[in-house]
Design a protein around this ligand. Structure first.
Ligand code: C2G
Length: 130
């Protein structure tokens, strides 16, 4: 049983997120997703997400590509999560290219091309200016 793991905020869920999760799932038999907590998001981006972590996790949990969803409480815990969930492959979008290579001693690390022209930041700008 090959386990794939990925992490993200998945705020204002969009097709770029779907594409990433769909392709990540194809690398193994099951996909586990760490969803950034509201507190982690605040520490990363100096703002709280539009959707709270409970709702973001509910959305991720409802996807057919996803087998398990857990809270990502700290960026520093990535090695712990990979080991705890016995992940064989870590998948991230290529905005994180090279950032997680240090985990290649315990799993395969893959960076996938981001879906162009869609981002939460851009969606927020469009909605707030309309
Ligand atoms: N993504 C993508 N294409 C887009 C937008 C996002 O492929 N157009 C991917 C990102 O590369 C990432 C995943 O979707 O792999 C989730 O994106 P975010 O919610 O923006 O994730 P982020 O806030 O960067 O959190 O520990 C790492 C972090 O939790 C990642």
């Amino acid at each position: 049983m090959k386990t794939v793991i990925t992490f993200g905020t998945f705020d204002v869920f969009h097709v770029g997120h779907v594409n990433l999760l769909q392709r990540a799932a194809a690398f193994g038999d099951r996909l586990f997703v760490g969803v950034s907590t509201d507190a982690l998001n605040f520490s990363k981006k100096q703002r709280y997400p539009i959707y709270n972590q409970k709702d973001r996790m509910k959305i991720i949990n409802s996807l057919r590509y996803v087998n398990l969803c857990f809270e990502e409480e700290s960026l520093e815990l990535k090695r712990h999560y990979i080991e705890y969930y016995k992940a064989d492959v870590l998948v991230m979008g290529d905005d994180w290219e090279g950032k997680f290579d240090e985990f290649s001693d315990i799993c395969e690390v893959k960076y996938l091309l981001r879906t162009p022209s869609v981002s939460t930041t851009q969606l927020i700008e469009v909605i707030s200016s309309s």
